[in-house]
Design a protein around this ligand. Structure first.
Ligand SMILES: [Mg+2]
Length: 109
């Protein structure tokens, strides 16, 4: 399935299951799932429990679905927004930014 197909299917499912939900409810969902992701990541490393990676993957999927629902309720196309941002980000050269920043810092010394 493409991102757009999932976003469209999710809209129907969401309307049938949570007709009164607001965009803010979706934001709370994103925040809750980011917390779950951070928790699983931290515990996987602290407790050396590699199996928690599955919870991290699950949280990432939930975050994307909540964001899609947020976009649906706002009337936005998540693929379009992601492509637009990607086109901007891909042009950034952080090696260059770091080199310029380092040169400026060295000048101050
Ligand atoms: Mg979850």
């Amino acid at each position: 399935m493409t991102i757009s197909e999932i976003q469209n299917a999710l809209e129907e499912w969401h309307e049938a299951n949570f007709p009164d939900a607001t965009p803010e409810d979706m934001l709370i969902g994103v925040a809750e799932e980011v917390g779950e992701l951070a928790h699983a990541n931290l515990k996987r490393r602290q407790l050396q429990m590699p199996e928690l990676i599955e919870k991290e993957k699950d949280a990432v999927g939930d975050i994307v679905l909540f964001l899609m629902n947020y976009c649906n309720l706002m009337g936005w196309d998540i693929r379009e927004l992601t492509e637009k941002t990607w086109e901007e980000v891909r042009e950034r050269d952080y090696q260059q930014v770091r080199a310029v920043y380092r040169a400026a810092e060295e000048e101050k010394l």
